[in-house]
Ligand binder design. Structure first.
Ligand code: GDG
Length: 498
């Protein structure tokens, strides 16, 4: 059941994201496709709304070998995940071939836009071939979304389709859709949410197709970012690149004869679900004597993993009194393994961890436990619960959910969150210990202060962090997004009366 207020007689939510909200696998015996759950916060919050209102979810199948001849299955009877209620006619698959996947996804999305939007411009590759495929795939997604809008209109002439597009994979789609919808005189509302940072103007303009992306996004009625800084960066770009009139105070951009609303909507997590998992999860690390320092990340160069390990190494060097007293557990989920930068990072991690363990291990103790793989959410909750320190130290990060999941699971002895100010989460999680991850010596000293922090101080900090995340959970975020998109009808009334 969705935790979001909804008007099913009037609205239909159509979510568009790069991937469908579940994984499709071929059964080895029968050859038929089966749905495997995907338990991310976004899916948990948004899938029930799509189910409740009879909406649609448009996304890539996640497997290049699939074609239109492969029927999307219904969920199995045992499936109790949030997407189980999503009937197969509500799933609108986009099929990509291997060449499109390599060029659009690995190339343009992850080789160009990901590093550039994270202000790591020296890692960005600019290829017009990738860009052509990015345009083509955005067109494919737009075509499928138009089909979904047509279907939803069959439920009645007054139905308002709310289109919610997610992330940097699909920045050109809004303007393609806008044009098609204008031709049809449609009353659909278009909203977009960017899950990663939006960079400052002076970085963004390095992109050879910067104007195209701005124009693509301006096809929306509303664009959401995690924090106000990203909103301001976007407004700046619209003003300086396109000459748009902007209103910094009310976060508005005027483009053509339309006003586009910009909003800071920090994403939250399913707080109660994480807390419940932490209550139920068994204890994984048996040595109670040792304090756990925890890192949980996709293996991505934006997450600052190598800097973090070096800070831990410096800490052991400077504070040998803590040897055998702490263990550093790093969970690193393999990610984008086809991309060279990610393969190199994996090798560097192996080397640095080998060096630190080789340097400091004793007969009964090694400082780092490195899990290269994905653990279950229940296990993850146990690690979060039992950690004394969580180190969330990205070099740049849109928000960072790990920081929030950690505090939700801190139901026993209160621990300490060490957080980078370069994560969106750093804006609101003020009671964390905030530190620039590039300052290796200072991070090392901060680990020491966190280990020695009084229980009273830990408790006060953690209580406040938890209180905020419980209220500003993922349902509140989705609700705020939908409210913001609905409010745009009064801004551009002509689109309401169509
Ligand atoms: C993008 C933005 C923004 C991690 N290890 C395991 C596991 N995880 C889950 C965590 C968490 C998620 O992965 C990671 O979320 P993040 O927010 O840290 O990072 P991105 O994947 O980069 O997400 C980011 C986010 O979008 C949302 O807008 O916050 O800034 O980059 O939920 O729990 N889950 C399981 N096993 C693991 O080993 N089951």
């Amino acid at each position: 059941k969705s935790g979001i207020e909804w008007n099913p007689s009037r609205e239909r939510l159509i979510v568009v994201s790069n991937r469908l909200p579940f994984v499709l696998k071929r059964d080895d015996l029968t050859g038929k496709l089966i749905r495997k759950s995907s338990a991310g916060g976004l899916v948990t919050a948004v899938a029930p709304v799509v189910v409740d209102c009879g909406g649609r979810w448009v996304g890539w199948t996640g497997d290049c070998s699939l074609t239109v001849d492969d029927e999307i299955p219904e969920a199995s009877e045992e499936d109790t995940t949030p997407t189980a209620g999503l009937l197969k006619h509500q799933v609108v698959p986009v099929y990509l071939n291997q060449q499109q996947f390599d060029s659009y996804y690995n190339g343009c999305c992850n080789g160009t836009l990901w590093p550039l939007f994270h202000s790591m411009s020296d890692r960005a590759v600019y290829s017009s071939e990738y860009w052509q495929d990015y345009i083509q795939v955005n067109q494919l997604f737009a075509d499928k979304t138009l089909e979904a809008i047509e279907f939803s209109k069959m439920d009645g002439p007054d139905i308002v389709p709310l289109i919610w597009i997610h992330d940097y994979h699909l920045t050109l789609m809004p303007s393609i859709l806008r044009q098609a919808l204008n031709e049809k005189n449609s009353n659909a509302l278009l909203g977009f949410f960017l899950h990663i940072p939006f960079p400052p103007w002076d970085i963004f303009r390095l992109l050879p197709w910067d104007d195209e992306i701005l124009l693509g996004l301006l096809g929306c009625d509303m664009i959401g970012f995690h924090i106000e800084d990203y909103c301001i960066n976007f407004l700046d770009c619209c003003h300086r690149r396109l000459g748009c009139r902007i209103d910094r105070k009310n976060l508005l951009v005027e483009y053509g004869n339309r006003i586009v609303k910009i909003a800071a909507l920090p994403i939250g997590i399913p707080f109660d679900r994480f807390q419940r998992m932490a209550e139920e999860a068994p204890r994984l690390v048996k040595e109670k004597r040792q304090k756990i320092i925890l890192g949980v990340d996709r293996l991505d160069y934006t997450k600052g993993l190598v800097h973090r390990l070096k800070a831990f190494e410096r800490f052991l060097e400077k504070h040998p009194e803590h040897i055998e007293e702490v263990i550093f557990i790093q969970i690193a989920v393999p990610s984008r393994t086809d991309v060279k930068e990610y393969q190199e990072l994996k090798e560097e991690m192996d080397q640095v961890i080998g060096r630190i363990n080789g340097r400091f291990s004793t007969a009964n103790w090694s400082p780092i436990r490195y899990i290269y793989g994905c653990v279950s959410q229940a296990e993850l909750a146990a690690y979060y619960r039992d950690a004394f320190i969580a180190m969330v130290t990205p070099l740049r990060d849109g928000m960072n959910l790990v920081a929030k999941e950690f505090v939700a699971c801190q139901i026993e002895e209160p621990g300490v969150l060490i957080l980078s100010p370069f994560a969106g989460a750093g804006e609101t999680m003020q009671e964390a210990l905030l530190i620039n991850p590039y300052k290796i010596d200072d991070v090392a000293e901060l680990i020491c202060s966190a280990l020695e922090m009084s229980r009273d101080e830990r408790e006060v900090r953690m209580k406040n962090l938890r209180r905020r995340e419980k209220v500003n959970n993922v349902d509140a975020w989705a609700q705020a997004f939908l409210k913001a998109i609905r409010s745009t009808t009064s801004m551009n009334p002509e689109s309401d009366s169509k």
